[in-house]
Design a protein around this ligand. Structure first.
Ligand SMILES: Cc1ncc(COP(=O)(O)O)c(C=O)c1O
Length: 477
């Protein structure tokens, strides 16, 4: 076999290499994706397949032979669809899950096609510069101080981790300890003051960072879940150890925002981190900006783009007001890594990843297409829908709204004539999930079982809210 024949054979053996096969395959993917998205308004939100059925579909023996790429893709879509939760549709209100705007989705497809390794400028120049634009635009939208550094990470969890790594470096360096070189054995103790209603990813980040959850001193919160500044001041006065304060913008249950101006005022030398996975977006809305007053005085911030900006998973951001500490915690060097020397930005110096997806492209597309006013409108719209939910449910006898609706979160419970409100609320949640018109989950809020409604999707309409309210009340009757 000569060289030409060998190459022909190789091409035949490699699925979808020819131009027409490639276009057909990607065309199929686009058709399947568009069909799925177009069907969302009429589709049951809840998956119909059981875990056994899904295992039956997917978990056969390891395939020995190749399969035609187009057949494989069609089969993949057919098998997966019954197991998809319609989280990208307008009537999914569980957890805090955004959808994906078409512009961001399209840019994400390009990011996959370009397949850039966005760790180093030299390997992916456009990805690096697009991240610079995202960092600059978002810090302006949030009103963060000039010169903040940033990192694009997988989500709120890693955004908290990255920011707290910078905080750990900073407070220990001030205490004369180099944590990057010497670790934590024998280091001065670091204490972390965080609201008792903090998100669980704070505790997990402390575990990852070796600070441990026993470094955490919970600060009492008020009835809405906001850290109490008077309690913070007392906690601060107890010790002069290196201290990190974890404040929160957007409680995962109530949406409540800690009083950031009072917290930053009280902090003194302590590092203030703001976990704003979704609540930081209040800063982008002129009508909600007052809720995060004082935000700019903090030292680091974490947020998500896959929640309220509605870009595809996974996408979070961390910002830091101390570039040297951020770089000291995250920076990486090796002889084979071609570090930029003339001011270009190597992303791996600002986040905990090495090889990584170019997740700046969908963020860029989202902000570029919405503009400042579009982002504000997206945030305001979700909050209006949340208020509509609360008002409609509250009108019904036996339904109690448990917390002020300040952002996009609503907490309700269903009163039981016999007094077992917890069981009744759980039963209503289960019935709503089984009905499939919408999906929402439950939580325990200050000792009471509650239904959680989170409106985080760009495509939710007033009609979606009204249909969902009807479904909830149907389940409750
Ligand atoms: C306040 C807060 N912090 C952190 C997170 C974690 O974010 P992610 O799931 O993107 O890691 C969440 C998720 O809902 C959150 O609400």
């Amino acid at each position: 076999m000569d060289r030409r024949e060998r190459r022909m054979k190789e091409r035949e053996a490699t699925p979808a290499t020819g131009d027409t096969e490639l276009r057909s395959l990607l065309g199929d993917a686009a058709t399947l994706a568009a069909g799925y998205l177009e069907g969302l308004p009429d589709r049951r939100v809840t998956p119909s397949a059981t875990v056994e059925e899904l295992r039956e579909e997917f978990c056969g023996p390891l395939p020995e032979e190749q399969q035609d790429p187009r057949e494989m893709l069609a089969r993949l879509a057919r098998s997966a669809e019954p197991g998809l939760m319609a989280t990208s549709g307008g009537r999914f209100f569980g957890f805090v899950i955004g959808g994906t705007m078409p512009t961001a989705l399209a840019a994400d497809w390009l990011a996959s096609a370009w397949d850039q390794n966005a760790g180093l400028y030299v390997a992916a120049p456009a990805a690096s510069v697009v991240e610079e634009a995202c960092g600059a635009w978002l810090s302006e939208l949030f009103g963060l101080p000039d010169g903040v550094t940033f990192g694009l990470v997988t989500g709120g969890q890693m955004a908290n981790f990255t920011a707290l790594a910078a905080a750990r470096h900073h407070v220990l360096e001030r205490a004369g300890w180099d944590v990057e070189a010497d670790g934590l054995l024998g280091a001065p103790r670091v204490r972390v003051l965080a609201g008792e209603e903090r998100h669980v990813t704070i505790d997990r980040a402390l575990r990852f960072l070796g600070l441990g959850t026993s470094s955490l001193r919970p600060v009492p919160a008020d009835g809405q879940g906001r850290m109490r500044p008077d309690a913070l001041r007392s906690a601060l006065a107890e010790s002069s150890e290196p201290t990190i304060i974890c404040a929160q913008a957007g409680n995962v249950n109530t949406g409540a925002i800690d009083p950031l101006d009072d917290i930053c005022d009280a902090a003194g030398d302590a590092w203030v981190h703001v976990d704003g996975a979704f609540g930081l977006w209040a800063a982008a809305s002129p009508s909600l900006r007052h809720l995060v007053r004082g935000l700019e005085h903090a030292d680091s911030w974490a947020t998500d783009a896959h929640k309220w900006l509605n870009v595809p998973y996974d996408s979070g951001l961390t910002f830091c007001a101390h570039p040297r500490s951020h770089r000291a915690a995250m920076g990486t060097q090796a002889s084979y890594l071609v570090a930029s020397e003339t001011g270009e930005r190597d992303q791996l110096d600002w986040n905990p990843e090495a090889s990584r997806r170019a997740r700046g492209f969908p963020i860029y597309a989202a902000i570029r297409s919405l503009g400042r006013s579009g982002v504000a409108d997206l945030v305001d719209r979700c909050c209006d829908h949340a208020r509509r939910f609360a008002e409609a449910l509250e009108r019904e006898p036996g339904v109690e709204v448990l917390a002020d609706v300040v952002l996009n979160q609503v907490l309700v419970r269903f009163l039981d004539p016999g007094g077992d409100h917890g069981s009744r609320t759980r039963a209503v949640i289960r019935a709503v999930q089984e009905d499939g018109t919408c999906w929402l989950g439950g939580t325990t809020w200050q000792g009471q079982m509650a239904m959680r409604i989170s409106v985080s999707n760009w495509s939710t309409t007033t009609e979606d809210v009204d249909r969902s309210v009807e479904a909830i009340l149907r389940a409750a009757r």
